[in-house]
Design a protein around this ligand. Sequence first.
Ligand code: ADP
Length: 497
Amino acid sequence: MGAVAEQNETRSGIGHTTHFINGEWSKAGGRTFPDYNPYNGELVAEIAAGGRAESEAAVVAAHAAFPAWAAMLPAERQRLFFKAADITERRLDDIVHTMAIETGASKTFATFQVRWSVTLMRQAANWGYLPYGDVMRSDTPGRFAMVTRKPLGVVAGFTPWNGAFNLAWRAIVLPMAFGNTVVIKPSEEAPISAGLLQAEILEEAGFPAGTVNVVTHAPGEAATVADVFFESRAVRCINFTGSDKTARILGGRAGQALKRSVLELGGYNPLLVLADANMDDAVNAAVFGTFFHQGQICMNTRKVLIEQPIHDEFVKRVAAKALTLKSGDPLKADTIIGPLINDAALASAVSRVKDATDRGARLVVGGTSEGRIYAPTVLTHVPHDAIVASQLQETFGPVLVVESVNSAEEALQRAQETPYGLSAAIMTTNQARGLDLAQRFDTGVIHVNASTMAGEPSLPTTGVKDSGWGSSGYYSVHDFTELRLTTLTQGSAHYPF
Ligand code: ADP
């Protein structure tokens, strides 16, 4: 590992590549790890490799900053969030550039993430003025009872590499808007986009020292940083976005330590296309839903369950549209399909498509790769036991399985066989039928006549079953605050003895 790059002197033009702890950019132990561009393998930056000491310092700083942040007047907090939103908006171009070279995000996806984040900040800026409790009726004569919401303390956020920028903002803004302070541990695949950029913006906006802290770490060293979160009494909540495999470890440890956990995990997201669907709308929903960000988003469509009479026409149209998607360098404005995040992701897509075709699936289009770019791929006639169709694991790549069904009821039943429950969608021109089916779906999110990916910062995104728990938008008040009951009894209380 080389020396830590000086601030503002990295090759990419990226600013800080060191930890942000207690309002200071710290090189700490001096170890670094390389952060590579997934498209061309070039070095983006040398990033500080943190461990236990940095994690402890970050938790101490967040704990010390908590009382003042929790007590800050709503107007002051609002002013800071507005300022951070303005800075983020001003920096749109450089942030989009950074996301392209660090995470392979297309201009469309990166721009979406920036706008989503700015909107969230402006919405959350107002939450300090919303009611934060209730006055309750009591059955005890003379008793006045009120229930108030209080922030938890320090919330430790694990931020992912895929929606790196906006999901890191989600991990910062939601807890902080309700008065918590945060420590962020970005994914080792995207430490800049998923933490360090946010710290730069919050510093410039004038957020008090210690309210947000970012500790980066080398690959394979996540647990060293995370151990501190579980051991510390100051950390009251583990806020994780990632795979259910890792969530089982982190959620289990949070349970052992009696800490809250918020787990936003993957899904196996079906798109149901009923025979009466508008074909153009169905094709567009499937292609966008499957191939946006190369299929590396938890809400991407993994399978289309389509009524048999329109199956062949749909497959033909989806395949034709998939072939029009331009792939290449995400820095080019017209690129839709960029690289997969790393070699393991590419190998997984390759082997799962091979597993399907070995078992007899038909490869309609795709199935090829160039560098880390995997071509948009459509498979039909896939046996249910092929990994890519089993609904037991998501394939984080641009791979769509199209499965023919005999009825909407069969589609619903098949779609529910997965242990996951994140997002689903139904295409139909019969709105009443669409709503009826939607109500019977076991997913946290279901869209009628839109893609499985139709998130907005104000709308709650929540998983059920193995997709986790916790919410986003204002509903996250339930995740990041706890209830306190206060009563006042006027006159003398009566006791049984
Ligand atoms: P992904 O497949 O999206 O990389 P993971 O669930 O494997 O998702 O990892 C998500 C995050 O969890 C990463 O930031 C990684 O550093 C962290 N992580 C992975 N394993 C552990 C662990 N045992 N303890 C703490 N953090 C972990």
